[in-house]
Design a protein around this ligand. Structure first.
Ligand SMILES: NC(=O)C1=CN([C@@H]2O[C@H](COP(=O)(O)OP(=O)(O)OC[C@H]3O[C@@H](n4cnc5c(N)ncnc54)[C@H](O)[C@@H]3O)[C@@H](O)[C@H]2O)C=CC1
Ligand SMILES: CC(=O)[C@](C)(O)C(=O)O
Ligand SMILES: [Mg+2]
Ligand SMILES: [Mg+2]
Length: 348
């Protein structure tokens, strides 16, 4: 493990150099890795592992769009693609990549096939951490492990195809075989992680739920809406409001942040912008911090988990989510966004 200084705190991370793909292949050579669920993470992880030489099968509900997608991606019914229970039966490592709500519903069906020595793998600490709400309590004689790619399954796959990698966290909840750690790291490398950092199931789910509700998804849209609507009320056109709120951020400034940090992005903007950003950042921080504190509390008490379970267990949850996404899509801001995207020279 490499010791890396993260801004003054030294942490151990695992990189491909010290745990190369050849070692991952060696660790996994006797295993059948059953990827259960072929939604967003399922395809990314299954295809990356398959192309990395791992023996992968997929378990998915028949007569579903995801089943058809698995077929289109090259998984063969009866050979490498099976109904869920059959795949769990055949697998020695079970990657449980159903939606978190579906994991609860399907658990009683798969539990009998989690026999001694197998490994149960998650990409989220949700099911195990909130066990009082999910009833996901794995048998004691199996490994229970986690690799959580820090990003969308779509990005995991795209970065893999570009020869890059998405960072993942990893955790071992239960080591029944003495091989849990090797299995975990090998899977982490095989799914296409750039490097792996250690966590626990609880820390993973608390930080992940906070991040996606906060700066990664929820807060960012909230900030965009606030600024866009003020600009519009003050008489700015949609194109100006959208460009000054979103397009410039994603196209021009965030790539600079990604490349070399916030100070580098600031340094490449005008001194006028730098002065204003440095003055205003603390006001935004102070306004938003109490909301983040509320959010973390709601995650830690399990309120967020319960809301997610309750809503996403409804038979029509997809339709309802889609209706809310449609509302976003049809908002003036994102309609302006669609027009702006069309105008990018590369999209012409
Ligand atoms: N979406 C992402 O990129 C990320 C997801 N994760 C985690 O990975 C896991 C999988 O998430 P996603 O890929 O987003 O899942 P998803 O929402 O795409 O669902 C995966 C599959 O579950 C199946 N499914 C849904 N309800 C079912 C039911 N009642 N019975 C049987 N199958 C059912 C669907 O057919 C679908 O193929 C979750 O634990 C999630 O938190 C972690 C990091 C990112
Ligand atoms: C993509 C990711 O890692 C998220 C936002 O946490 C998720 O999809 O749950
Ligand atoms: Mg998440
Ligand atoms: Mg996440």
């Amino acid at each position: 493990m490499a010791k890396i200084n993260f801004g003054g705190t030294v942490e151990e991370v695992i990189m491909r150099e010290e745990f190369p793909l050849s070692k991952a292949q060696e660790v996994l050579k006797e295993e059948t890795v059953a990827v259960i669920g072929y939604g967003v993470q399922g395809p990314g992880q299954a295809l990356n592992m398959k192309e990395n030489g791992v023996n992968v099968i997929v378990g998915q509900r028949q007569n579903s769009a995801s089943w058809d997608k698995a077929v289109a991606d090259g998984f063969v019914p009866g050979e490498t693609l099976f109904p869920i229970e059959e795949a769990v039966q055949k697998g020695t490592i079970i990657c449980y990549l159903l939606s978190d709500a579906a994991q609860i519903a399907v658990w009683p069906q798969i539990k009998p096939y989690l026999t001694a020595g197998k490994a149960l793998y998650f990409s989220h600490g949700f099911g195990v951490t909130y066990k009082d709400r999910t009833n996901i309590i794995p048998p004691a004689d199996i490994d229970v492990i986690l690799v959580a790619p820090k990003g969308s399954g779509t990005s995991l796959r795209r970065l893999f195809l570009e020869g890059r990698g998405l960072n993942s966290s990893y955790a071992i909840h239960q080591d029944a075989t003495g091989r849990a750690k090797d299995r975990t790291i090998a899977l982490g490398i095989a799914v296409g992680s750039g490097y792996l950092f250690e966590t626990t199931f609880e820390k993973e789910v608390y930080s992940d739920l906070t991040g996606e509700r906060g700066s990664l998804m929820g807060a960012i849209q909230g900030l965009f809406e606030a600024q866009y609507s003020v600009l519009r009320e003050k008489g700015h056109t949609p194109s100006e409001a959208f460009n000054e709120t979103v397009e410039e951020l994603t196209q021009s400034l965030m790539p600079l942040v990604a490349e070399n940090g916030m100070d580098w992005m600031y340094a490449n903007c005008s001194t006028t912008a730098q002065r204003g950003a440095l003055d205003w950042k603390d006001k935004f921080r102070d306004a938003v911090r109490p909301v983040v504190e509320d959010l973390y509390e709601s995650v830690a008490t399990g309120e967020e988990a319960q809301r997610s379970i309750d809503t996403n267990s409804q038979p029509d949850y997809r339709i309802k989510l889609e209706a809310e996404l449609e509302e976003l899509r049809s908002s003036e801001m994102w309609q302006a966004g669609a027009a702006v995207r069309q105008l990018r020279p590369e999209n012409k």
